[in-house]
Ligand binder design. Sequence first.
Ligand code: ACO
Length: 325
Amino acid sequence: MRMKIIGTGSALPKVTVSNKQIMDWVDTSDEWIRERTGIANRHLSTGETVASLAAEACEKALKQAGVKAEEVDMILLATCSPEYLLPCAACQVQERIGAANAVAFDINAACSGFLFGLTTAQAYLQSGMYKKILIAGSEVLSKLMNWGDRSTCILFGDGAGAVLIEAAEDTQESRMISFSQGSDGAKGMVLSCRDRWINNPLYKENIQEDFYVQMDGQAVYRFATRQVPACIQDALQKAFLTVEDIDLFILHQANARIIEAAAKRLHADIQKFPMNVDRMGNMSSATIPVLLDELNREGRLKRGDKLVLSGFGAGLTFGACVIVW
Ligand code: ACO
């Protein structure tokens, strides 16, 4: 059974925040942020939630595909910033869009979440268990930022993207050809954000509570620039393809310098690496589906195109897949 993406959608908070506005909050400059990250603007929530953004993105994907919500078998929602620990955000999306017949659950693999969601969905399709699956990435990362820490708050944005996939006959060209993915938990603390700690009548730790994102930026940079080209090469080898065979490389939009370094290591033409990080910042699991939706709606994706998708981030987690659009 093959996988075909039949609809894409995205949703962004209505308010955009420029680097200049961030200069009112922390000691930074437009020049520093642009030079180091390529980011100029990002959308920040003024009330939009992980569930509301994801539901809007899913509804747009369904509308584009001409599929009713009741026809969806499964909703996989990648997020690391849900409003509730329970119920999961995917169930909230199910309720909002009226996908009464779907099974729904969240996946947390941070910035690799959407990619891992897509490979998980592919496995469900391949097994014959489900036929129509919504995969979304949705984040409101602004609530996890310490807005006094200039080394992290400048990087991130809020938003959501979604794709609807369906099981296609083996005669169809559209499919996932290969993937490569992994995790390196031993290096997990280079990018972390803690939740409430153990607190019960038997145990209480007296530690300073800090619920904001902590990051060793240079360690993340080294990881990404080494691991991303390596796993893309691995996925290409498994597909018996080379860099030249690929039409577009749709990478997690963490930072323009990481994407440029990955292109260089792969000896690939940077023109094949579309970017929107300048307008969106890093939206973690939402970056790949938001960019896919933009490219799709601009008519830049043609059936038969070979695409590499690659996600990487906290965990540490990383992955790449080769798909035929
Ligand atoms: N504005 C101005 N100065 C700043 C800022 C800021 N926003 N942030 C840090 N600085 C200062 C530091 O204080 C330091 O000053 P000092 O030399 O006086 O001590 C100086 O700039 C250099 O700091 P570094 O942390 O060494 O800066 P670096 O060149 O490493 O750039 C950056 C930081 C952009 C975060 C870089 O390490 C990077 O791109 N890392 C990848 C991180 C990433 O993309 N994370 C996203 C989440 S993970 C993911 O999605 C994969």
